[in-house]
Ligand binder design. Structure first.
Ligand SMILES: Cc1ncc(C[n+]2csc(CCOP(=O)(O)OP(=O)(O)O)c2C)c(N)n1
Length: 605
């Protein structure tokens, strides 16, 4: 079975007579899971992993169930349940999602699998779109879960197929780890047909599936034995590849670092690892004996370097390559040049042009804007959360004062309130998707512990930041079917919140008034500020607005909304520049007209 999968993973052209097609790493992971016969797949969106589930959902619904879950732990639990029921299952998430799912994963690893279970995790070195750049390879060691490391989209497909095989063969979940560069880069992929894997039925072995202390004690040694069996597998696997080269030094690498190394030193001796855990130690020792110096080229933590050194080999790495950020061919060249084994990079040509800094901004007409205008006017202490609205932490809204991770705002607000040192009104602000993901337990906590805070739920009826995914508050599933829609007011009242109001985010006066009243309330008050995201297909679009320049007193009240449709013009009033509105991008939300004291902003008729 494994040999077959290996042959396929190595690229059996006969099996794939069709032409290659360009795919991103994420699309290839989805395709690999589909070809492997996955039956249940669950995820919570998060850049750079989101498109795995979106892509999988484009395949025939037949016997494949794909879903958005409320958070990553639920997604993992869904996949575990399906695996125990004897079908192949996939969970996908971004690196920080692993923290949310960690409790389930750390026990699942004792239980093992029945149907193959694959966890696709996408790390974000360089923090393109995350709150940190943690290295999932460290978690793979902690959980004793093998991690496959594809280098391009073809390997992303092949390794995902292989991951299902390995999962069943070695009775373990398998992580397929991508990074932003692989997830979002297209390269040619040969695809194959779907394999059918009928359900094996329920596993029926409670000593293995019920993790009470007596059974967990039996299972833990099994993990250690499993690690050794997997190590043996990777020792022998053709996927642990030694590119015999001409250099006296050798490079150990994997994943997206491999093509960087090949680009910079195509003539080098390279040991390409298919898995970052467990490591094929004998193959590594043999490789290292064949060269004078060994470099480990890996992004983020010195995970492989540390293990190679533990074998008594004086491997070099992090003294030449950074421990933070993303690597690149330029970064690999710079590191190897510092080590004195390749020529230093030539002078970079200075084109004499400094690119304009373009910080991300909220969209024109974003319904989040009015809430932060109001909270600033109320001089509130604002605990923030993660979503588009996190942009309210910077100018010009500059209102949010803490952002930790998804769902943290309410607990943070409770802590601020209980510290007794805050005189300002305390407000937690979080989006609808974030509230459902991790905001409900802390809301219960706030009520239970009688905190004096306002919770502002920014309900734009979508998970906007990751591209507009549905969630249980939208009433639609991943495949667009209608389903139950969470009613936030009912939910808040059910957990004991007595003061709950819903307000239209586009009504500036009502937003201010409602938030002011909420902060005067003693106890937990919840305000639901409601308007669809402007990028949502069902958005309300009014006529664009225009400024009558003669009436503009350059007060900057509209400019302070931070709306990208509002720009300065050359005309001035008392030394300050007047404004104009770009009719091409204005969506007619009227926020600027509502804050304009001279009443000179009107819809274009
Ligand atoms: C644990 C975790 N999972 C996923 C993400 C990716 N992510 C960032 S914000 C967000 C949700 C945004 O939706 P919402 O709270 O409704 O705010 P919006 O962007 O719509 O304003 C997601 C999924 C993350 N940062 N952390």
């Amino acid at each position: 079975m494994l040999m077959k999968a290996q042959a396929e993973a190595a690229g059996n052209a006969e099996r794939r007579p069709n032409m290659p097609r360009p795919m991103t790493g994420n699309e290839a992971i989805a395709r690999g899971a589909w070809e492997a016969g996955v039956k249940v797949a669950a995820s919570y969106p998060g850049t750079p992993s989101t498109e795995i589930m979106e892509s999988l959902a484009t395949y025939d619904a037949g016997d494949l169930h794909a879903q958005w879950s409320t958070n990553e732990k639920v997604a993992m639990d869904v996949a575990i349940g399906a695996s125990l029921s004897g079908v192949r299952a996939l969970a996908s998430m971004k690196h920080v999602g692993v923290n949310v799912a960690a409790d389930s994963i750390m026990s699942q690893t004792y239980i093992g699998v029945h149907g193959g279970l694959v966890l696709a995790v996408c790390d974000d070195p360089g923090i393109h779109s995350s709150q940190n750049e943690q290295d999932t390879r460290v978690f793979c060691r902690l959980s004793n879960i093998p991690a496959l490391e594809p280098s391009d989209a073809q390997e992303a497909l092949d390794f995902t197929r292989l991951a299902f095989e390995l999962s069943e063969e070695f009775d373990t979940a398998v992580i397929v780890r991508a990074t932003t560069r692989l997830s979002h880069t297209r390269s040619p992929v040969m695809v194959g047909p779907r394999e059918e894997h009928p359900s094996k039925g329920w596993v029926d072995d409670s000593q293995k599936t019920v993790m009470i202390p007596a059974y967990a004690r039996i299972r833990h040694p099994e993990l250690i034995k499993r690690e050794e069996r997997l190590r043996e597998y990777f020792e022998k696997s053709e996927l642990t590849r030694w590119d015999k080269g001409e250099t006296s030094f050798g490079i150990i690498t994997h994943g997206t670092c491999y093509p960087y190394v090949k680009e910079v030193v195509p003539e080098a001796s390279v040991l390409k690892l298919a898995a970052s855990y467990p490591l094929p130690t004998k193959a590594i020792e043999e490789f290292c004996k064949s060269v004078d110096r060994v470099f480990v080229v890996e992004e983020l933590e010195p995970v492989i370097e540390t293990e190679v050194r533990a074998l008594g080999i004086s491997a070099e790495g992090k003294e030449f390559f950074p421990r933070v950020g993303e690597l690149s061919p330029e970064g690999v060249r710079a590191g190897l040049a510092k080590a004195g084994v390749v020529e230093a990079p030539g002078e970079v040509h200075d084109w004499g042009v400094t690119p304009v800094v373009r910080p991300p901004v909220l969209c024109p007409g974003c319904p989040h804007t009015s809430n932060y205008m109001a909270l600033r006017a109320l001089d509130a202490r604002i605990a923030g959360d993660i979503g588009c609205y996190t942009l309210a932490a910077v100018e010009p809204l500059k209102a949010i004062e803490s952002t930790v991770c998804m769902g943290a705002s309410i607990g943070n607000a409770v802590g601020i309130a209980k510290s007794g040192s805050e005189q300002k009104p305390i407000v937690a602000t979080l989006g609808d998707s974030t509230f459902l993901h991790a905001g409900i337990p802390p809301l219960i906590d706030a009520v239970y512990n009688q905190a004096n805070i306002t919770v502002l739920i920014l309900d734009n009826q979508v998970t906007a930041m990751t591209g507009g995914q549905d969630h249980p508050g939208t009433g639609r599933t991943l495949r667009g079917e209608e389903t139950h829609k969470v009613e936030y007011e009912d939910l808040c009242r059910a957990v004991g919140v007595e003061w709950v109001r819903t307000v239209d985010s586009y009504d500036v006066a009502a937003v201010y008034q409602t938030l002011r009243e909420s902060t005067e309330y003693k106890g937990v008050a919840v305000v639901i500020s409601n308007r669809p995201c402007v990028l949502d297909p069902v958005k309300l679009r009014g006529p664009a607005l225009a400024v009558t320049a003669a009436g503009c007193v350059a007060c900057q009240a509209c400019m302070n909304l931070g709306c990208p449709s509002i720009t300065w013009i050359d005309e001035v009033y008392e030394g300050h520049r007047k404004v104009a509105i770009d009719p091409a991008t204005c969506i007619g939300c009227t926020l600027c007209a509502q804050v304009c004291p001279s009443d000179c902003i009107k819809p274009v008729s």
